[in-house]
Design a protein around this ligand. Structure first.
Ligand SMILES: N[C@@H](CCC(=O)N[C@@H](CS)C(=O)NCC(=O)O)C(=O)O
Length: 230
């Protein structure tokens, strides 16, 4: 079995669990639920030894393959699932179409999803129990929002060129839009990217989206939208 370190609050994890579902690989993957105190935003938190062994980065998702490889970021994990186990169903093996799809993955992941998690970490500084609330930077949050806006605009230009019903790029976009609605409903990304909004309103009806709705990180490790296998 592959092992995937998971929390329902992570849109990076969601990208991977949607890929697993779209490829029909649920029976091949053991889901290992992680717990995260809010202080993760500003300090190193305690980790279980098997988690840090799976990922020296100590971020989720992390995937351990059946032959013991550690894959420590969502895009590499999704490519591994598609290329090694999924018969290239969500992205072709080579050629221009592969790179077009991976270009969407990069804008959605490094452009939108990363800015969302950086803003979350910054906002957590403001919590009462934060050791350093004075370090909160409104300028940094603005910078992340500006980056997100540029990336939504680029995705808006790309949507009309999509030819597939689903691929790795659209799975990354679905995770990014879902996190905008879950954590930042005030952002109004739909006004910035109306074609993305129309695409999302259809895409969000896929079972892989409906079965992986985000939620707060469970304090009880057994509370998860996806029960452990095995
Ligand atoms: N580039 C990574 C980002 C993963 C990431 O930022 N995960 C967050 C959860 S959404 C995390 O583990 N944060 C904890 C930390 O940074 O200490 C990926 O694509 O998987």
């Amino acid at each position: 079995m592959l092992k995937l370190y998971h929390t329902v609050a992570s849109h990076f994890v969601r990208k991977c669990t949607m890929t697993i579902k779209e490829l029909g690989l649920e029976d091949r993957v053991e889901i290992i639920t992680t717990k995260w105190p809010h202080s993760w935003g500003t300090e190193t938190v305690p980790f279980l030894p098997d988690f840090v062994d799976a990922s020296p980065i100590a971020r989720i998702p992390a995937l351990v393959t059946e032959d013991g490889l550690r894959l420590c970021d969502s895009s590499t994990i999704c490519e591994y699932l598609n290329d090694e186990l999924g018969n290239f169903a969500l992205c072709p093996q080579s050629g221009r179409e592969r790179w077009q799809i991976l270009s969407v993955v990069s804008v959605a992941t490094s452009g939108i999803m990363e800015t969302q998690v950086m803003r979350r970490a910054e906002n957590l500084r403001k919590r009462e129990d934060s050791p350093n609330p004075q370090e909160f930077s409104a300028g940094f949050v603005r910078k992340m929002k500006d980056r997100q806006t540029r990336c939504y605009k680029v995705l808006n230009e790309l949507v009309p060129s999509f030819t597939r019903e689903v691929d790795l790029g659209q799975l990354a976009m679905g995770s990014a839009c879902g996190m905008s609605d879950f954590r930042y409903p005030e952002d109004d990304w739909r006004a910035i990217a109306p074609d993305v909004a129309r695409w999302y309103d259809k895409f969000r009806r896929r079972p892989s989206m409906r079965e992986t709705e985000p939620g707060e990180t469970p304090t009880d490790p057994d509370k998860t939208t996806w029960p452990r296998n095995g």
